[in-house]
Design a protein around this ligand. Structure first.
Ligand code: NAD
Length: 496
C-alpha cells in the first residue's frame, strides 16, 4: 500500500501502524489533557498508548458536532450517503492488515481470524447497510381509499457504545445502519480496547464523510459514556455490553425519552442429542473456548443426552487437548490471553467459588503459567455443577469456562436450556430434522443454530430475550430503530 489514511493528531506506533490516541470530533483530532493507559493482553508489561480521557466537555463537543452535521447528512439521502459508506467499506478492505495488527495487539483476538473473517465483516456491514437503506425509504399500503405511506425519517444524533470484544466489527455493526439511516454518530469504544475504532475514524475521514457525521470519543464508561447518554440532544442510543451497564444507560434513556437498544450478555445452551454427529458436536463444543470464551454468543452450557455422556466427553477432551494457548499473532495459537488482569481475576473468581461450593472441576480451573506473572491465559475449563442453580450455570462468565450437564429426554433438555435469565443464543446438535424444528420453537433465545454456529445473514434479526437485551439489530430491524417512522396518509383516489 502506498498511502496511509492514518495521519493527524497525536499518534503512537502500534504494531507498525500510527494510531491516533485523540478523540475525533467534527472531522478533527482533539486531545484531552488527561489520559488513560492502554496495555496489550499479549504482553501486559508493555504499554501501548496513553489515550485521551474524555469528560463532560468532550461529550458535549461531540454531540454538538453531530447536531450540526445532521441536517446535511440527512439531506444527502440514501444514495448520497451510500456512496460515502461504500468508500468506507472499500477502505476497510484495503487496510485489513493494519486493522488486524492493531486489534490483535489491543484486544488479543487471533490475528488470522481478524484478517480472514472479522474485519471483512466490518466492511460488509457498511456495504450491506448502504444497499439495504436504498431498497426502500417509503412503503405504501392502500386501503379504504387511502394510501398509507410509511416513511423513514433520520432520527438524529446517535450515541453508540461498544464493548471491548471484537471492538471494530461490533462498532461497524451499529454505526453502519445508524449512518445509512441518515443519523450522525458519536462512537464511544471500550477503554480496554480503544485503538481500532480510532482507525475507523481515519477511514471515514479518508472516505470523505462530512465533518461531524462520525465522531469517536475515547474514555471511561462512567465518565464520558455516562455524559454522552445523558445529553438531551441525543436521539438514539445503541449499546452493546453487560446487563449491569445497560441498566444505567436505560435510566439515562428513560430520563430523556430516547429509544435505546441493548445487546447484552449470554449464557447459551449447547444441546447435544444422542442422535447427533457426536464428533462434529464435540469439536464445535471445544470451539466455544475460541477467543478465550470472550464471545457473547458462545454456547457455554453443554447439555448432553445422558446415554452418550462418556462418548461425548471423550471426544470433547480430545478436541480440547488440541487447543494451543499462545500469542494471538501466531497462526498455531487457538486460545488467546484474556483482555485484562481484572477480567482474568473475575473469571478465576467464578471458578474458585464453584470449587469451594462443591462443583466438580472436570478440567482446567487455573491460570496457565504462560507469560509468567503477567500472563493472562486461563486454561480451558469444564465444570460439572452440583446443581442447575450453581453460579457458574446461572451467570455469564465470559471466559474459557464451560459447564457440563446431562438430560434424560427432550423435555428436560428444553427445561434446562430455558433455565437462566439470559436468552441470546442457543446451539442444538441433533440428527433429526423434526427434533431440530421442535427445539427451534421451544428454546427461548434470539438466535438458535442447529448443527452449526455463527452462521447468519446480516438481514436477519439479531438480539436477545430476557436480560440478554432489548430490541433487534440486523437488516431492516436496525434501520427502523435508527429512524423515526412516519405515516403520511393521502387519498389515493381509488374510491370516491
Ligand atoms: P461493559 O458493560 O462493562 O462496557 C461496555 C461499554 O459501556 C464500554 O464502552 C464502557 O466504557 C461503557 N460504559 C460503562 N459504564 C457506562 C455508563 N455508566 N454509561 C455509559 N457507558 C458506559 O461491558 P464489557 O465488559 O465491555 O463487555 C462485555 C459484555 O458485553 C459481556 O456481557 C458480553 O456478553 C457483552 N456483549 C454482548 C454482545 C451482543 O451482541 N449481545 C456482543 C459483545 C459483547
Amino acid at each position: 500500500m502506498n498511502t496511509t489514511p492514518f495521519t493527524g493528531g497525536t499518534r503512537v506506533d502500534v504494531g507498525g501502524v500510527p494510531v491516533s490516541t485523540d478523540h475525533y470530533i467534527g472531522g478533527q483530532r482533539v486531545a484531552s489533557p488527561f489520559t488513560f493507559e492502554d496495555r496489550s493482553p499479549l504482553d501486559w508489561a508493555v504499554k501501548l498508548a496513553d489515550v485521551s480521557r474524555g469528560d463532560e466537555g468532550i461529550a458535549a463537543a461531540a454531540v454538538t458536532a453531530a447536531v450540526d452535521a445532521f441536517p446535511e447528512w440527512a439531506a444527502m439521502g440514501v444514495k448520497g450517503r451510500g456512496e460515502v459508506m461504500r468508500r468506507v467499506a472499500d477502505l476497510i478492505d484495503a487496510h485489513v492488515p493494519e486493522l488486524a495488527a492493531v486489534e490483535c495487539l489491543d484486544m488479543a483476538m487471533l490475528e488470522e481470524s481478524l484478517r480472514l473473517r472479522v474485519l471483512a465483516r466490518g466492511a460488509r456491514n457498511f456495504r450491506a447497510y448502504a444497499d439495504l437503506a436504498e431498497e426502500y425509504e417509503e412503503r405504501v399500503w392502500s386501503s379504504n381509499g387511502t394510501a398509507n405511506r410509511v416513511m423513514r425519517m433520520p432520527a438524529g444524533p446517535t450515541v453508540v457504545i461498544t464493548p471491548w470484544n471484537a471492538p471494530f466489527m461490533l462498532s461497524t455493526w451499529k454505526c453502519a445502519p445508524a449512518l445509512a439511516a441518515g443519523n450522525t454518530v458519536i462512537l464511544k469504544p471500550a477503554e480496554w480496547s480503544p485503538l481500532s475504532c480510532s482507525l475507523l475514524a481515519d477511514l471515514c475521514h479518508e472516505a470523505g464523510m462530512p465533518a461531524g457525521v462520525f465522531n469517536v470519543v475515547q474514555g471511561i464508561g462512567e465518565e464520558v459514556g455516562a455524559a454522552l447518554v445523558s445529553d438531551p440532544r441525543v436521539k438514539r442510543i445503541s449499546f452493546t455490553g453487560s446487563p449491569e451497564t445497560a441498566r444505567h444507560i436505560g435510566r439515562a434513556a428513560a430520563a430523556n425519552i430516547v429509544p435505546f437498544t441493548a445487546e447484552l450478555g449470554g449464557k447459551g445452551p449447547f444441546v447435544v442429542f444422542a442422535d447427533a454427529d457426536l464428533e462434529a458436536a464435540a469439536k464445535k463444543a471445544a470451539g466455544q473456548f475460541d477467543d478465550s470464551g470472550q464471545v457473547c454468543l458462545a454456547g457455554t452450557r453443554l447439555l448432553v443426552e445422558a446415554s452418550v455422556r462418556d462418548e461425548f466427553l471423550a471426544l470433547f477432551h480430545r478436541f480440547t487437548d488440541a487447543h494451543v494457548l499462545g500469542d494471538s499473532r501466531d497462526t498455531a495459537t487457538t486460545i488467546s490471553p484474556m483482555i485484562h488482569p481484572d477480567h482474568l481475576n473475575r473469571v478465576a473468581g467464578f471458578v474458585d467459588r464453584a470449587r469451594a461450593a462443591g462443583d466438580t472441576i472436570v478440567r482446567g480451573g487455573q491460570r496457565s503459567d504462560l507469560g509468567g506473572d503477567d500472563g493472562l491465559w486461563y486454561e480451558p475449563t469444564l465444570i460439572e455443577p452440583r446443581s442447575n442453580d450453581s453460579e457458574v450455570v446461572q451467570h455469564e462468565i465470559f471466559g474459557p469456562v464451560l459447564t457440563f450437564q446431562t438430560f434424560a429426554d427432550e423435555a428436560e433438555a428444553v427445561a434446562l436450556a430455558n433455565s437462566t435469565p439470559y436468552g441470546l443464543s442457543a446451539i442444538v446438535y441433533t440428527g433429526s430434522q423434526e427434533r431440530a424444528e421442535r427445539m427451534g420453537r421451544a428454546v427461548r433465545a434470539g438466535t438458535i443454530w442447529t448443527n452449526c454456529f455463527l452462521v447468519r445473514d446480516l438481514t436477519a434479526p439479531f438480539g436477545g430475550c430476557g436480560i440478554s437485551g432489548i430490541g433487534r439489530e440486523g437488516g431492516d430491524y436496525a434501520l427502523d430503530f435508527y429512524s423515526d417512522l412516519k405515516m403520511f396518509q393521502v387519498l389515493d383516489g381509488t374510491t370516491s
